[in-house]
Design a protein around this ligand. Structure first.
Ligand SMILES: CC(=O)N[C@H]1[C@@H](OP(=O)(O)OP(=O)(O)OC[C@H]2O[C@@H](n3ccc(=O)[nH]c3=O)[C@H](O)[C@@H]2O)O[C@H](CO)[C@@H](O)[C@@H]1O[C@H](C)C(=O)N[C@@H](C)C(=O)N[C@H](CCC(=O)O)C(=O)O
Ligand SMILES: Nc1ncnc2c1ncn2[C@@H]1O[C@H](COP(=O)(O)OP(=O)(O)OP(=O)(O)O)[C@@H](O)[C@H]1O
Ligand SMILES: N[C@H](CCC[C@H](N)C(=O)O)C(=O)O
Ligand SMILES: [Mg+2]
Length: 493
C-alpha cells in the first residue's frame, strides 16, 4: 500500500486534477482486473483505447487514474505525456525495485530463447539456486507455474511477478526478452545483470519492417544492461560471435563481453561436433579449460544453445563440471524436436520451428540421420510476418522429400490465402500438397510414411491450441499425431 503522491513523485512532469491523495493498493492497466483501491493506467493499445475504460475501472473500485489524455471522471487523474513509460517507473516504485534484489538474466534472439532459458534454469537448479522463469510457455516461480499470453509481459505484470519471486526467495530470474517487448518498452526498469544473445535471422518484419530495425530492437537489451561501473554487481553481455549482429551489440553496451561460438574465435567454443540420431557430442573449451560434452539434444543449433547456457552459467559462477553434468541430463524442451512414439515404424518429430532459419536448421539436422524420406507438415501464422511464408515453403521443399502445407494459427487471416502465399515459394509443386485442416494434414503424412521415413511437424511445438478467427480451440500436434498413428496401427498397417 502506497500513497498516490509517493508513486507519482517519481515522475518528472505530470499534472493532477485534485489534491486528494488516496492510498493505492494495486495498479492495473486492464479495467477488468481493477479492485477497490486500484490505480488504473490508461494505455492506448493497438485494438482499443484504455482511456475509454476509465469509467468502468472506477465502477470496479479504482481510486485514481493515470492517463495521457483528459478523462472526465470523479477520482483524481494524473496526466502524463506517456502512460506506458510512466507505468514502468511507477510499477518499479510500487513493487520496490524487485529486479535490484535478484540476479536477472535476459535472453534475446530470433531462435533458441525458450530452449536456452530452460537449459540455464536446469543448470542453476542443479547448482542449488532458486530460480524464476518468464517466457513463451509460462512463468515459473520456484515450482508454481503461471500461464502467460506474451513471451515477455508488460512492465506492470513483470514487476509484479519479480516482486513475487523476491518474496519466494528466488535468487536468479531467467527471462526471454522478445524484440516486441524491447521496442514497446515492456522491460524498461528491469535491472539486467546478464544479457544473452542467441542469433538474428528473419522474423517479425510485419512489426519491425526492416532487419536493421529488428536488430536494433534486440540491441536495446544490451544498451539497457547498465552503464554504471560503480554498481556492486557485474554486468555481462554474452554474445554469439558467429552472428554478425554481435558486433553491433558490442558497440551498444558498456558491459563486459563474454563470447561463445563455433566458427569464430570465442571465450567458449565447441570443436569436434558429432551429430547422430541419438544426440550430439563435442569438446568444449571454456576460457582455456577443455572437456568433452555429450548432449541428448540433436543438431548444431543445440550446440549453440548449450554454449550460450554454459557461458551464462559460468559468468554466474557455476563450475564447468556442474554445467556439463546438467546439460548432459537434459532430454529436450517440450515441443522442441520432441519425438512422438506410438509404436510406429517411422519417426515423427514435433518442432516449434516457425521461422525460415529454424526450419532450415531442423530439416538439415533430420537430413543428417534420416534413412528414408522426410515429410514436412508446416504452416505459417496469420497476423504475422507475411514475407516468411514463401521462404519457409521453399526451405521445406528443398530440404524435405514431400511437403504438406497446412494452417498454423491463421488468426484473423483467411487460411487459404496464407497457404497460397506459402505455395509461391515451393521449389517443386509435384512434391507437395496443401490441406487447410491441420489434423487432416498430419493424418495424411502419417498414412503416407513408410518405415524409416521421418515426419517433421513444424510451427506449433508445445502449443495446445489453434487460433482460427477469434476462436481458440484445443489442438496439440503431439496428440493429433499419436491419434493418427494409433488409427493406422489399428487398421493393421
Ligand atoms: C501487438 C501487441 O504487442 N499487442 C499487445 C498489446 O495489445 P493491444 O495493444 O491490442 O491492447 P488492447 O486490447 O488495445 O488494450 C489497450 C488497453 O486497454 C485495456 N483494456 C482493454 C479492454 C477492456 O475491457 N479494458 C481495458 O482496460 C487493456 O488492458 C490495455 O491496457 O498489449 C497486450 C497486453 O500487454 C498484449 O497482450 C498484446 O500482445 C498480443 C497478444 C500479441 O500477440 N503480441 C505479439 C505480437 C507479441 O508481443 N509477441 C512477442 C513474442 C514474439 C516472439 O516470440 O518472438 C511477445 O513478447 O509475446
Ligand atoms: N539456436 C538456434 N538456432 C536456430 N534455430 C533454433 C535454435 N534453437 C532452437 N531453434 C529452432 O527454433 C525453434 C524455436 O526454439 P525456441 O522456442 O527455443 O526459440 P524462441 O526464440 O524461444 O522462439 P519464440 O520467438 O517463439 O519465443 C525450435 O523448435 C528449433 O526448431
Ligand atoms: N512468438 C511467436 C510464435 C509463433 C508461433 C506460431 N505457431 C504462430 O502462431 O505464428 C509469434 O507470436 O510470432
Ligand atoms: Mg520463446
Amino acid at each position: 500500500m502506497t500513497k498516490l503522491s509517493e508513486l507519482v513523485n517519481h515522475l518528472f512532469e505530470y499534472k493532477k486534477t485534485s489534491n486528494q491523495d488516496p492510498i493505492i493498493n494495486s495498479i492495473e492497466m486492464d479495467s477488468r482486473l481493477v479492485k477497490n483501491g486500484s490505480l488504473f493506467i490508461c494505455i492506448e493499445g493497438y485494438t482499443v483505447d484504455g482511456h475509454n475504460f476509465a469509467k468502468e475501472a472506477i465502477k470496479n473500485g479504482a481510486v485514481a487514474i493515470l492517463a495521457e489524455k483528459p478523462v472526465d471522471v470523479e477520482v483524481p487523474v494524473i496526466l502524463v505525456k506517456d502512460t506506458k513509460r510512466s507505468m514502468a517507473i511507477i510499477a518499479n516504485v510500487f513493487y520496490d525495485h524487485p529486479t535490484t534484489k535478484l540476479t536477472l538474466i535476459g535472453v534475446t534472439g530470433t531462435n533458441g530463447k525458450t530452449t536456452t532459458t530452460h537449459l540455464i534454469e536446469k543448470i542453476l537448479n542443479d547448482a542449488k539456486k532458486q530460480t524464476g522463469l518468464i517466457g513463451t510457455m509460462y512463468m515459473k516461480i520456484a515450482n508454481e507455474t503461471i500461464e502467460t499470453k506474451n513471451t515477455t509481459p508488460e512492465s506492470l505484470a513483470l514487476q509484479q511477478v519479480f516482486s513475487k519471486m523476491v518474496e519466494k526467495n528466488v535468487d536468479t530470474a531467467i527471462m526471454e526478452v522478445s524484440s516486441h517487448a524491447l521496442h514497446l518498452g515492456r522491460v524498461r526498469g528491469c535491472d539486467f545483470d546478464i544479457a544473452v544473445f542467441t542469433n538474428l535471422t528473419q522474423d517479425h518484419l510485419d512489426y519491425h519492417e526492416t532487419m536493421e530495425a529488428y536488430r536494433n530492437a534486440k540491441g536495446l537489451l544490451f544498451a539497457q544492461l547498465g552503464n554504471s561501473y560503480s554498481h556492486q554487481s557485474r554486468k555481462i553481455a554474452v554474445l554469439n560471435s558467429d552472428d554478425q549482429a554481435s558486433k553491433e551489440y558490442e558497440k551498444m553496451t558498456a558491459a563486459q563481453i563474454v563470447t561463445y561460438g563455433i566458427d569464430q574465435k570465442s571465450d567458449i567454443t565447441a570443436t569436434n561436433i558429432r551429430i547422430t540420431a541419438q544426440g550430439t557430442s563435442f569438446d568444449v573449451n571454456a576460457f582455456g579449460k577443455e572437456a568433452p560434452v555429450s548432449l541428448k539434444m540433436i543438431g548444431k543449433f543445440s550446440v549453440y544453445n548449450a554454449l550460450a547456457a554454459m557461458a551464462t552459467c559460468l559468468v554466474d559462477g557455476v563450475p564447468l563440471e556442474v554445467i556439463i553434468n546438467s546439460l548432459e541430463e537434459v532430454e529436450g524442451v517440450s515441443g522442441r524436436f520432441e519425438p512422438v512414439d506410438a509404436g510406429q515404424a517411422f519417426t515423427v518429430v514435433v518442432d516449434y520451428a516457425h521461422t525460415p532459419d529454424s526450419l532450415e536448421n531442423v530439416l538439415q539436422t533430420v537430413r543428417e540421420f534420416a534413412k528414408g524420406d522426410i515429410y514436412v507438415v508446416v504452416g505459417c501464422g496469420g497476423d504475422r510476418d507475411k514475407t516468411k511464408r514463401p521462404l519457409m515453403a521453399k526451405i521445406a521443399s528443398e530440404l524435405g522429400d514431400f511437403v504438406v502445407l497446412t494452417s498454423d494459427n491463421p488468426r484473423s487471416e483467411d487460411p487459404k490465402q496464407i497457404i497460397l502465399d506459402m505455395e509461391k515459394g515451393l521449389s517443386d509443386q509435384h512434391k507437395s500438397t496443401s490441406m487447410i485442416d491441420r489434423r487432416e494434414a498430419i493424418t495424411y503424412a502419417v498414412k503416407q510414411a513408410n518405415p524409416n521415413d521421418v515426419i517433421v511437424i513444424a510451427g506449433k511445438g508445445h502449443e495446445t491450441y489453434q487460433i482460427i478467427g477469434k476462436e481458440t480451440s484445443f489442438f496439440d500436434d503431439r496428440v493429433v499425431a499419436t491419434e493418427a498413428i494409433k488409427e493406422l496401427l489399428k487398421n493393421g498397417h
